[in-house]
Design a binder for this molecule. Sequence first.
Ligand SMILES: [Zn+2]
Length: 163
Amino acid sequence: MDPASSPIERCANCQQELRLDRAAGLTYCSGCGTSLVPSLVAPPNEPPLAERSRRQLKFCFWSLFLLTPVAGVLVSSDPDWVKDLLPDFITEIVPLPLKVISTLGIGVLASSYCLVQLQDQDRSLAQVVSGTILMALGLLVGYFCIAFVGCGIIAVIVHAVGH
Ligand SMILES: [Zn+2]
């Protein structure tokens, strides 16, 4: 909205000049209490940049955390699209297990990086790197526990169904 194009704004109800009310951030006319049109009151309350980037980081983390095992399973089935995706010399040289491990490794490191960035601390590059690696180890332990519990549950179900 161009301020020059709108002359003195007045309350539609009591014609009071609204400049001071707007400046005070009021959503109603201080003269008569009439609600002011929201779009004219102030720019919508956007979360501060830090808050938004935190949300994006959380989203990134959860996407990576959940998709990494899926990507690992996909790559381990060695589908053709992975071969198409990578240059020929890589698909020929790199053995499948290494491809799976590097997929998982990249996913885990990327999600750890998101976690490290989520912490409100100024860090040096070395701290970010070491924090990311430590976090990645933690995530691997987390994956292991999830897999362990998952296998345990499946074993219990299979056992229960078998009897
Ligand atoms: Zn008014």
